[in-house]
Ligand binder design. Sequence first.
Ligand SMILES: [Zn+2]
Length: 358
Amino acid sequence: MPSVHDIAVVTPRKQPLHAARFSRPSLEAFENPLRVDAAIHYLDSRGVFDWVDRVDAPQAKIEDVRIVHSEYLIESVGIMTELGSGDIGEASYASPELMRAALYAVGSATKAAELTVMRKKRHAFSLSRPPGHHATTSAAMGLCFFNNIAIAVKRIMTNGSVQRVSILDFDSHHGNGTSEIFYAARNVQYISVHEYDYETYGQGHFSEIGYGEAAGTKVNIPLLESSPDVSYESALTRVVVPAIQRFKPDMIAVSAGYDPHFADPVGNMDVDSSTFWRIGSTVKSLVDSTGCGGSFWVLEGGYNPLALGPCIEASLLGLAGQPKPDLPDQIPRRLQPGIAEANDEILDQVLETVEPYW
Ligand SMILES: [Zn+2]
């Protein structure tokens, strides 16, 4: 096993209790404190903290949030927290603990970024909630209030520690907030692998490539619903790896959403923990081969509390350079006929769209 000095998991010592007043199967009810509690319990029971350092997350300050978000959004989160409930945006419901939880999630992501930038850790994983990648500069949505990863990226770029950052987002859903925040930023590459409905369309189409001088730095990989592990492997080898190699980042940031898991109640993909190991392993290889400083990971989705722990363990093992673990969720599943071939054609179109800018 690797040295405990290489990798950290950053999480608040006491988990904030933010939870919307809904019962399952409403979307809001799946984003609850059990997610992180169950994951930590699982990682602990597997002995992961014997080889991964556990670091306490600090609470961020409001001024940290201001580097990305509008005063109106910040005030809305504050007012709704005081009121104790209420919709701030689409599927973004407040609770009396919301502001505390949101500031811990920002503090946790920022701490993970700083640990890697300051070379205290090679890789750091922020295991905190609520997630962030749907939050735009001025709007909460999709269970997200403040964009944790965007704030962390801007923070390390503002203080001059790093000039170029690649963000890899493998949550099942397109990170519209992160994409909006960096759409015209040529020094921030945003690569998103997500499920996409080619009958109704929506944001996250591969035609979204970035604005002006940032064209080609936004790489959307919209895969079909029910995409299997083999399609994620193709997306990694054919698009993600060459995109990051050519961009030459100083740091890799990962929006780590585990809702593509086949047993997830919210996502519609068909992968298991082997894909999340592969992503960890790929990021480790990219860090080692491109000479970039490291990677920091920020939890986004992943709403099956029994699947989240094994998936995070698999990612950490990949980052540690360990072989793919055989975990109990890796069961044989029937592939949808033709889906791998159809996804390969989508990858052709992604490459035709962005490669001319590289
Ligand atoms: Zn998601």
